[in-house]
Ligand binder design. Structure first.
Ligand code: SF4
Length: 468
């Protein structure tokens, strides 16, 4: 797409918002104004929203959950699935209506969708009430764009050569656990995936900067960090320094923060050294999200995933044998173009063999601009839905079986807060990332406690705090 030449801005890799911090008058401009921030998609977007929120709050805005009450609406979008696109444009309809009543309302769109040329064109032609479009590489420009919003569309979307920024400031969702970006973008180019086009090539952060961030979080009372990247196992491959994800993981574990997690893993880049490090350190949690996508080697090849069914199974077995009590979850796509009944049965076969702790399952959704969108999709929707239903039944069966193994056991749980579904209960996660609804006192929030599991459901456990 045609993007503004912002090379100079891209070079700025430190203290991204000096211009804001140095102007004490800025806050007053938006005093008593409210922001409505809606986040779609993956953990990367959730974490980006923590940065967006920080800037909005620095400008003086306070949060509202009610779109109608807001003075600025920021939609942090996702481009992975078609329905995410429909949802965003559904929200824009409401913004259009609201702007008639509140002409001063600022409407801003960021995230992966705003990196797509067709979406930007659609906004330009059909949604003139949108004020700001910003990209995934230049979130730090948002305050400037808001301050300069003049009721006409301002588009600033950097190309995918975006730089690695340090000293990013966040308004984090939690004071107990934190996301830590270790890299941006992805070089894998799986044929169905839009991420390498919207988030650009892989750019790893320097290890010392990541460690500084982890130590700082630990010193501020955080109990858990999750190292975040589209493909964390490829960490460091783009750097001159001779270090990789195994080295990073080991160094993060050595900070002695209580819990270390990481997401997402690509099986192709998962090395034996990584497995050994996970097995060696008690504070690296025995939980791995290992996307399968398909159990058919033919479909995996069409997806550009770089591993076969057999290689995935071998890796799975290796992890299970080396990492004690590890829980493994996965992602599976059904109905990829040319997926035959035989191919689908291969997927079911892998699920039978692996008995995953859980899975995110999806019907294939075509993304314009990806190589897979050029493959003729001959499978009708009814067949895809039937396959998804069958797959989910099997996944749920094994997920419940995995949870039942916890019955009557004592497990360590990091208590995160009060359950949204039942305000008399607390909630937290086990080492293996099982959600537990807990009977216990609020004073346990933020602590790692022993919990006796009293009930096991397909998607969660119930338990009570105990001393043993
Ligand atoms: S590894 Fe593949 S699916 Fe994951 S972000 Fe990269 S291109 Fe997309």
């Amino acid at each position: 797409m045609n993007l503004p030449d912002l090379k100079e801005a891209r070079k700025r890799t430190d203290k991204k918002v000096d211009y804001l911090e140095n102007d004490n008058n800025i806050k007053k401009i938006f005093e008593n104004k409210k922001y409505f921030l809606k986040t779609y998609g993956c953990q990367m977007n959730v974490h980006d929203s923590e940065e967006i929120r920080k800037y909005l709050e620095m400008l003086g805005f306070t949060s509202t959950d009610n779109l109608e009450d807001s003075d600025i609406v920021v939609l942090n979008t996702c481009a992975i699935r078609e329905n995410a696109h429909d949802k965003v444009f559904g929200y824009l309809g409401r913004c259009k209506h609201l702007k008639k009543e509140k002409p001063g309302l600022i409407v801003a769109i960021g995230g992966c969708m705003s990196q797509e040329e067709n979406v930007v064109n659609e906004i330009k032609t059909k949604h003139p009430y949108v004020d700001i479009v910003f990209g995934t590489h230049n979130i730090n420009e948002l305050p400037k764009l808001i301050l300069n919003a003049k009721g006409k569309l301002d588009i600033e979307v950097y190309s995918n050569e975006g730089n690695v920024f340090e000293n990013v400031i966040y308004s984090r969702d939690s004071k107990i656990k934190a996301w830590v970006n270790i890299m941006y973008g992805c070089d894998k180019f799986c044929t169905y995936c839009i991420v390498p086009y919207t988030r650009g090539k892989q750019r790893s952060r320097k290890m010392d900067k990541i460690l500084e961030e982890v130590i700082d979080l630990k010193n501020n009372g955080y109990k858990e960090v999750t190292l975040l990247g589209q493909n964390v196992n490829a960490y460091g491959k783009d750097l001159e320094e001779n270090y990789d994800f195994a080295t990073l993981l080991e160094n993060v574990a050595k900070t002695n923060i209580e819990r270390v997690r990481f997401v997402t893993s690509h099986p192709w880049d998962f090395t034996d050294e990584m497995i050994d490090i996970i097995a060696k350190y008690e504070n690296i949690m025995p939980y791995i999200h290992l996307p399968l996508q398909s159990g058919s080697s033919k479909i995996l090849k069409l997806m550009g995933r770089r591993y076969t069914k057999e290689e995935y199974l071998e890796l799975y077995k290796k992890i299970k044998s080396k990492v004690k009590d590890v829980a493994i979850t996965t992602d599976i796509i059904v109905g990829f173009p040319n997926e035959t009944e035989e191919d689908f049965n291969e997927t079911l076969d892998v699920v039978e063999k692996c008995k995953f702790d859980g899975a995110y399952t999806f019907i294939y959704s075509k993304r314009e601009g990806t190589p897979a969108s050029l493959i003729k999709d001959s499978i009708d929707l009814k067949t895809k839905e039937e396959r998804l239903y069958k797959l989910n039944e099997l996944i749920n069966k094994y997920s419940k079986e995995a949870n039942e193994k916890y019955l009557d056991k004592n497990v360590k749980v990091l208590v995160e807060g009060i359950s949204e579904k039942d305000s008399t209960k607390l909630f937290g996660y086990t080492d293996t990332m099982k959600l537990v609804n807990i009977t216990g006192d609020k004073s346990n929030i933020g602590k790692i406690v022993n919990v006796k599991i009293t009930d096991a459901k397909s998607f969660s456990l119930d338990g009570e705090i105990c001393n043993g």
